[in-house]
Write a protein that binds this ligand. Structure first.
Ligand code: KG4
Ligand code: ZN
Length: 358
């Protein structure tokens, strides 16, 4: 039995978890900062770092306590090294190093995207996984299609060339005055809307596996802003509900926008899965909580689709512990002078061990 303590502070959640053998969650503590950032309509990096500093000690202590595992019994400490906000990553990294040094435990740096992939490993499943699998990772910072050929073996098929999927949800929600975080707010508003009311663009639908969502965001802006006098360019963001063009139905806009995002995500993922002979499609990351996305992917995929439970869609440390476990059992260790990588790409474990990426 191998016990990993996971620590995650890459964005606005302070999280710690204890996971057994990479797939059984013994504890999973998440302190969310959503309420702190809501007034800003997005994550305020300095506020996030300070909140992490306050929360990290109690969150780690609670994770160990709830798991009933003393630090002594932990085999390794897995911590998010990147990508993410530098100031936030530093808090988790320094805390993990302190624990590793003090308790004489190995340290394993984990890529946050790899963590999202491993949220699927913590998900109940009947049969063992057969690789290759194609995973769509969609969060506030990322929209990636990845082919997974074995544990830790990734081929990046496509990513966004501008906004991430979650970022598009957040920006459009702000535009429509729906609040933060935007994804759940849009999904709620869309329930009463007609997804065919507006025809929004589906960028690069049949071109490769990259995404672009900035044109869609602009199309939504054009649809909802009032006609202006031509003297002044209207600001791109931040319309209040009373500034929307007369006759705009927010529910219809939200539903049509969501349909456009879902359409592109599903179309490209299913095409990639077919081309790469995947046995399953996985969806991970904050946007994978979206029910319209889950439904459309399941309906349109010829192979089984797996999604994490809602509690594992958002940032958490159980997924970091699971990813860390599969690195640890392959012999991956980091030194105690490990640095953070705010822009770290998703590397296969063999490349990461070979290259001077460590
Ligand atoms: O994975 P995550 O918690 O943090 C990052 O690593 O970015 O993802 C957060 C993102 C936010 O952009 C949020 O608006 C989006 O996930 N999100 C959703 C939903 N729930 C969260 N987007 C669409 N529909 C949802 N139900
Ligand atoms: Zn994330």
């Amino acid at each position: 039995m191998t016990l990993i303590l996971g620590i995650e502070t890459s964005c606005d959640e302070t999280a710690a978890a204890v996971v057994e053998d990479g797939e059984t969650i013994l504890s999973n503590i998440v302190a969310s900062q959503i309420a702190l950032h809501a007034p800003y309509g997005g994550v305020f990096p300095e506020v996030a770092s300070r909140a992490h500093i306050e929360a990290i000690g109690p969150v780690v202590a609670e994770a160990l306590e709830q798991a009933r595992v003393p630090l002594d019994d932990i085999d390794a400490i897995a911590v998010t090294r990147g990508p993410g906000l530098a100031g936030s990553l530093l808090v988790g990294m320094n805390y993990a190093k302190g624990l590793a040094l003090g308790a004489d435990k190995p340290l394993v740096g984990v890529n946050h995207l790899e963590g999202h992939v491993y949220s699927l490993w913590l998900t109940e499943r009947g049969e063992p996984v057969r690789f290759p699998v194609v995973c769509l990772i969609v969060s506030g910072g990322h929209s990636e299609i990845v082919a997974i050929t074995d544990h830790g073996e990734y081929t990046l098929l496509g990513s966004t060339i501008d906004d991430a999927a979650g970022e598009a949800f957040d920006k459009v929600a702000r535009l429509l005055g729906l609040g933060y975080p935007g994804g759940p707010a849009i999904e709620r508003a869309a329930r009463d809307g007609n997804p065919q009311a507006y025809t929004f663009p589906r960028a690069m639908l049949d071109e490769g596996y990259n995404f672009s969502f900035s044109g869609l965001k602009t199309a939504v802006l054009r649809a909802v802003q009032p006609p202006h006098d031509g003297k002044r360019e209207p600001k791109g963001e931040g319309l209040t509900p009373d500034q929307l063009a007369p006759g705009v139905n927010v529910a219809d806009v939200a539903a049509s926008f969501q349909a456009a995002v879902v359409d592109v995500l599903v179309h490209k993922t299913v095409r990639a899965a077919t081309e790469y002979g995947a046995t399953e499609i996985w969806i991970a990351g904050g946007v994978s909580a979206n029910q319209a996305l889950r439904r459309a992917m399941t309906e349109r995929s010829p192979i089984p689709v797996r999604t994490p439970p809602l509690s594992l869609c958002v940032d958490n440390a159980a997924m970091i512990a699971s990813a860390g476990y599969f690195r640890y059992i392959q012999g991956y260790r980091d030194d105690l002078d490990l640095d953070i990588r705010p822009m770290w790409p998703l590397l296969s474990i063999k490349d990461a061990m070979r290259r001077e990426e460590r």
